[in-house]
Design a protein around this ligand. Structure first.
Ligand code: TXA
Ligand code: MG
Length: 342
């Protein structure tokens, strides 16, 4: 299959969107930018479109998809009931990087929800994504547009690297602002529960809902035979080919540990680390401040593969700063929970 990569800006007229819209209406899939990461979009009501998404990504079919809408009112097509808690969250954080899970409406096919009775819904703030939903007149199921297991794509070229030849069309809408996927909260259980941290922070969720449980799998590996609240958590994730080790401790102790290691070994450090003391090649992944950290995180992990790194030691984000939860969650998975203290 030939993959078309087309630059579109938010100012472009509806005409430019025609090809993508036509493909979506014909049960095909399209790579689209969102404010978090690029998504691989298809008609959420079409089992054929959904099967194409799973196939292109090589994604296990029990891992459910997030359904994207352009306006709050469209949620009524997808879920059984909309509780007050969902209305409150949506009025505060939509459009934006928050996904809400609720019991699904009958017409949402089970292939979209990985056989679950719940559906994940998100209203993205990215104008291109919203326009695509509006013009196609469809709710769009869209997982991150990477090959299953790889770091999520935050640039159109990342989508092209992974899915060239596997999908017909990618919209290049520039770099994603947030750089990590949306926060996922379920309102389908007794209490609101955070399943995946993102840039809508736990503190912000608590400020609206009062109480929010944090799923164990956010910062811990699943125990053997434990069922995952969010099926995505049981799969290896965000992994470059290089073996990742997270390193807790001061920068001086970090340098002492990694200096003198093999030449295929890289370091991933903070922009404000004093690299004069570091003897091995390195990538900087952002200031220890969380917004910057998430913006470049996946691009840095992908960079490791491009330079052929065999292993990489990564500076550990400040755990005390709860705003780092999203970055820590992704790094722990990229490292397969391989953490050392120096
Ligand atoms: O920012 C984002 O959320 C991006 C952009 C494209 O919108 N999408 C994204 O989708 O990250 P994906 O498929 O890569 O991650 C969705 C996560 C998976 O871990 C999945 O298991 C979980 O959400 N999920 C989806 N539906 C669910 C459900 N009904 N119950 C529990 N977890 C669910
Ligand atoms: Mg993903």
């Amino acid at each position: 299959m030939n993959t078309e990569l087309v630059k579109i800006t938010t100012e472009d007229c509806d005409e430019k969107f025609n090809k993508a819209v036509e493909l979506l209406q014909n049960e095909e899939v399209v790579g689209m930018p969102t404010e978090t990461v690029y998504g691989l979009a298809g008609n959420a009501f079409s089992p054929l479109a959904v099967s194409r998404i799973f196939e292109a990504k090589g994604r296990p079919t029990d891992n459910p998809l997030i359904v994207h809408i352009s306006e709050f009112s469209e949620i009524y097509d997808l879920v059984k009931v909309v509780p007050e808690t969902a209305k409150k969250l949506a009025s505060k954080f939509w459009p934006g990087p928050l996904t809400i899970i609720l019991p699904k409406a009958d017409k949402v096919p089970y292939c979209t929800t990985g056989n679950l009775d719940t559906v994940a819904v998100r209203c993205p703030s990215h104008e291109i994504a919203r326009k695509l939903i509006k013009l196609s007149g469809l709710p769009l199921a869209a997982p991150s547009a990477n090959l299953s297991g790889k770091p999520s794509p935050t640039k159109a070229e990342h989508v092209f690297e992974d899915l060239n030849g596997r999908i017909p069309f990618i919209i290049d809408g520039g770099d994603c602002k947030e750089g990590v996927e949306s926060t996922v909260i379920t309102l389908a259980g007794e209490k609101p529960r955070l399943l995946r941290p993102g840039n809508v922070t736990l503190k912000q969720l608590i400020s609206v809902l009062g109480e929010v449980e944090v799923d164990d799998a956010v910062l811990n590996p699943l125990k053997k035979d434990e069922a995952a609240a969010s099926p995505g958590m049981k799969y290896k994730h965000y992994s470059p080919d290089a073996k990742i080790t997270l390193v807790k401790g001061s920068f001086d102790a970090f340098c002492e540990y990694v200096n003198g290691l093999d030449k295929d070994t890289y370091a991933m450090v903070f922009d404000d680390d004093n690299v004069e003391n570091l003897d091995i090649p390195y990538i900087k992944y952002g200031f220890a401040d969380y917004k910057n950290l998430s913006h470049n995180l996946f691009d840095s992990l992908r960079e490791l593969d491009k330079i052929g790194a065999k292993q990489c030691f990564v500076r550990y984000p400040d755990e005390e700063n709860k705003d780092n939860l999203a970055v820590l969650n992704r790094l722990l998975r990229a490292a397969g929970f391989n953490v050392i203290e120096v």
